[in-house]
Design a protein around this ligand. Structure first.
Ligand SMILES: *Cc1c(COP(=O)(O)O)cnc(C)c1O
Length: 370
């Protein structure tokens, strides 16, 4: 059997580089609590992401929970969101005692269908929480127009959109706030980690309190908070990986173009549309298996598995159809999301994926047209 190929592989600095970078911790013995590397990573990421403000978090999910909580929405309020995402997006809303109201997506790029948002707004709606899924940028102008008309907050789940620019600005500078994930499987990682980006300076203090128990001084706990801080070993991993990010994205781009070149002629394989105003970070390689392909998505997934190639059905099922939500949302009109979710397959894609590995994958997918 050929060697196993997984859907992704973490980008890492060299062992020596990381060990050298963490050495000072054995002098300072300062491992967390907004230490110097935490501060330095916030400074560097603010510049790299081109955002006005940033608050680092222990992971992307807690970043979502903390920013939703920071807005202080009344319990039971409704948040319009997409079901075509990682389950974290939906859980973060529900764990804040808010109600997700699912909006269908566009077949073209998998992002929230902005034409369907207004019909879902009720007197209980407080926010829109779209996802730049696979780094595909949502219709930012239209979503903002709707939010402004109805007095709603916009919080983007930008977990897939690290480093993406839209109309010359960092993607995290749009809306009221954006959330990034630095999980090991993302384009940029701090092992586990995440961040919230925003413009309103008051949010920095609110998030600081929420991520550190509300502690403002030795004898002062000013508010009720959780613990969602990023530690120094995570921050140093981030500083090391950030040094190589341009090179990592360039390596991904090369592989992306290779796949594209070889798959674009295959009948029944479709790609998501690209937004001409948005940059790309080449985070994932999703393909859509259409009816005129030789087999359906699940059969292709199984075929790849039989060749020791582990593609993933990202994102399937849609979160509204997951066991913990299905009974509530069985009747929701989400036909495009269900269809895209049934047809999508993310094939192995990462910085160090080798050409022979790509050729093995391409060989399985190609030459099977009807
Ligand atoms: C990865 C991810 C998250 C959660 O981030 P973690 O850092 O794993 O907690 C949230 N939303 C989306 C869309 C993601 O892909």
């Amino acid at each position: 059997m050929d060697e196993k190929i997984l859907v992704t592989q973490s980008s890492m600095p060299t062992y020596e580089e990381y060990i050298e970078a963490i050495k000072p911790l054995w002098e300072s013995c300062w491992l967390t609590n907004m230490g110097e590397y935490h501060q330095e990573l916030e400074r560097q990421l603010k510049a790299y992401l081109d955002v006005p403000e940033i608050s680092l978090m222990v992971n992307g999910h807690m970043a979502l929970e903390m920013i939703i909580q920071a807005f202080g929405f009344p319990e039971g309020s409704e948040v319009i969101t997409t079901p075509f995402t990682f389950v974290s997006t939906t859980h973060a809303i529900v764990r804040n005692r808010l109600i997700p109201v699912f909006c269908d997506i566009k077949n073209s790029d998998g992002t929230m269908d902005e034409a369907k948002i207004e019909d879902l707004i009720t007197e209980k709606t407080v926010a829109i929480l779209p996802v730049h899924v696979y780094g595909n940028v949502c219709n930012i102008e239209e979503i903002q127009r709707i939010a402004d008309n109805h007095g709603l907050r916009v919080i983007y789940d930008a977990a897939h959109a690290f480093g993406v620019k839209y109309k010359g600005r960092g993607i995290g500078s749009y809306g009221d706030a954006s959330v990034f994930s630095f999980h090991a499987t993302k384009v940029f990682n701090t092992i586990e980690g995440g961040a919230v980006t925003f413009s309103d300076k008051d949010l920095y203090e609110k998030l600081y309190n929420l991520k550190n128990f509300g502690i403002r001084g030795e004898e002062c706990v000013a508010s009720i908070g959780a613990n969602a801080k990023m530690n120094e070993l995570q921050a140093i991993m981030g500083l090391c990986n950030l040094k190589h990010i341009e090179q990592a994205v360039a390596a991904r781009k090369e592989r992306f173009l290779y796949y594209r070149e070889h798959l674009q002629e295959v009948k029944g394989i479709r790609f998501f549309d690209e937004n001409k105003d948005a940059g790309k970070n080449y985070a994932y390689f999703p393909i859509l298996i259409e009816d005129d392909y030789a087999m359906n998505r699940d059969a292709l997934y199984d075929l790849l598995r039989s060749h020791n190639i582990y593609a993933r059905k990202y994102f399937y099922p849609i979160t509204a159809d997951m066991e913990c939500y299905a009974s509530q949302y069985a009747g929701a009109e989400l036909s495009t999301a269900r269809k895209v979710s049934k047809n999508v397959l993310t094939i192995p894609f990462y910085e160090k994926l080798e050409k022979e590995q790509m050729n093995r994958i391409l060989q399985c997918i190609k030459g099977r047209e009807k």
